[in-house]
Ligand binder design. Structure first.
Ligand code: ASP
Ligand code: MG
Length: 426
């Protein structure tokens, strides 16, 4: 017997027919003798619809009221799943965020959860009742309903798994695991059996949309075993207990697995792409101490996230060009802000380009292998792909390129790092 948290995303919950499929998967886990809590998303598209209502009602909406509105999508699906399970003869009930209660802190619309007391939930689970919990919502410090940022149901699931001391947190989605890259771009992409928390964290933050980034850092911190797997499977598909998906594990566990299978760690395990960034160039910025702070401090204060930065070598006149990226959605705001500061910063021209993409290669093996960056630049150069900016971490290298060359770049790198499967994915 195990204690399991199962989480189902919006596409799996879209309509009563799909909810019935979900209920079937849940029922099997419960009938297998497991204690089960299920965390659900709103039906696909529902949260977007609710967010739009808020914008229409009041463009400067109060985040606490926004939370009251957008959390409702999950209230509906959790009740519907409990009803469906009951119709199948299972014992089940819904637990809204305030009933558990899932205590959150920090701001409305972007609340955080870490730990909370789940003893009532556990008592009911031990009595054989399936707990159905709406993801994305909690109870804020001011006693009102809160939500945890878009995609937050993943984080709800991990937090609940940690709080109830689950043996496993299964995240059911519309793909059957974490791939070496997007299989829609590279047919020879391979599903990974294991990925480390660190790698998943980097992959999530550079555009692999399988899990909310925050859920991965919470899983790493609280040591929650997370499996990513598909909810769109046939009745005779292998059960989740046989680990058919991708397991997210610690570095130590990964080392043990590799040792056991007498395998070497791959240098690169994943390639991610992100088309949501835009490039900004400020030309002829004074090359003196403090000049860069004049640019990035105001952007930071405006809540605009700057990712890649390059400052060119100064020219003879004591001037330099500064290039950086911001989220495309923030480009207009960043541009307006910088235009207002033109004199203060003292630059000559502002050039922006939204037709760019960030391609990243990620892998723990980079810690111990040299030449990973060099082979990336060579592979891209061989195909005439120009690199506009670079950023790195200990286990990641990202390059900014022309958006039209994204697919080509991803394919070339997938081959260059030896990630192509022998046979094409089915
Ligand atoms: N329904 C919320 C959203 O669409 C939370 C989630 O599904 O994870 O962002
Ligand atoms: Mg999601």
């Amino acid at each position: 017997m195990a204690r399991i948290v199962m989480k189902f995303g919006g596409t799996s919950m879209a309509g009563t027919e799909r909810i019935r499929r979900v209920a079937n998967i849940v029922r099997k886990q419960a009938e297998g003798g497991n204690e089960v809590a299920v965390v659900v998303s709103a039906m696909a598209g529902e949260t977007d619809r609710l967010v739009n209502f808020c914008r229409e009602a009041n463009p400067l909406y109060d985040p606490a009221e926004y939370d009251a509105v957008v959390s409702s999508g999950e209230q509906v699906t959790s009740g519907l799943l409990a009803l469906t399970l009951q119709a199948m003869g299972c014992k089940a009930r819904s637990w809204l965020g305030w009933q558990v209660p899932i205590k959150t802190f920090s701001v409305h619309a972007n609340a955080r959860i870490d730990d909370f007391d789940a003893s009532r939930l556990v008592e009911h689970m031990q009595a054989g009742e399936i707990a159905v919990i709406p993801g994305f919502q909690g109870l804020s410090e001011d006693g009102r309903i809160s939500t945890m940022g878009r995609g937050g149901s993943d984080t709800s699931a991990v937090a609940i798994a940690a709080a109830v001391g689950a043996d496993r947190c299964d995240i059911y989605t519309d793909v059957d695991g974490v791939y070496t890259t997007d299989p829609r771009i590279v047919a020879r992409a391979q599903k990974q059996k294991y990925v480390t928390y660190e790698e998943m964290l980097e992959l999530a933050s550079v555009g692999a949309k399988v899990l909310q980034t925050r859920s991965v850092s919470l899983a790493m911190k609280r040591n929650v075993r997370v499996q990513v797997l598909s909810s769109f499977v046939d009745d005779d598909a292998p059960s989740a207990d046989t680990l058919p998906g991708t397991m997210i594990v610690s570095e130590e566990e990964m080392d043990d697995i590799l040792k056991e299978q007498k395998m070497e760690r791959q240098t690169v395990t994943g390639i991610a792409l992100d088309k949501n960034e835009a490039r900004v160039v400020l030309t002829r910025v004074p090359d003196k101490p403090g000049a860069v702070a004049e640019i990035f401090l105001p952007l930071g204060e405006a809540g605009i996230n700057v990712d890649m930065i390059i400052q060119n070598v100064g020219r003879d006149k004591g001037e330099t060009d500064v290039t950086f990226t911001v989220p495309q959605a923030e480009l207009a705001r960043a541009q307006a802000l910088l235009e207002n500061l033109k004199e203060k910063i003292g630059y000559n021209r502002i050039i922006t380009d939204a037709n760019v993409a960030k391609v990243s290669v990620v892998g723990m093996g980079m810690k111990s292998h040299t030449g990973v960056a060099a082979s990336m630049f060579k592979a891209l150069a061989d195909r005439g792909i120009n690199v506009q900016a670079i950023s790195t971490s200990e286990i990641k290298i990202s390059v900014l390129i022309d958006a039209d060359e994204t697919e080509l770049a991803v394919r070339v790198l997938h081959t260059a790092y030896g990630l192509d499967a022998k046979d094409e994915a089915a």
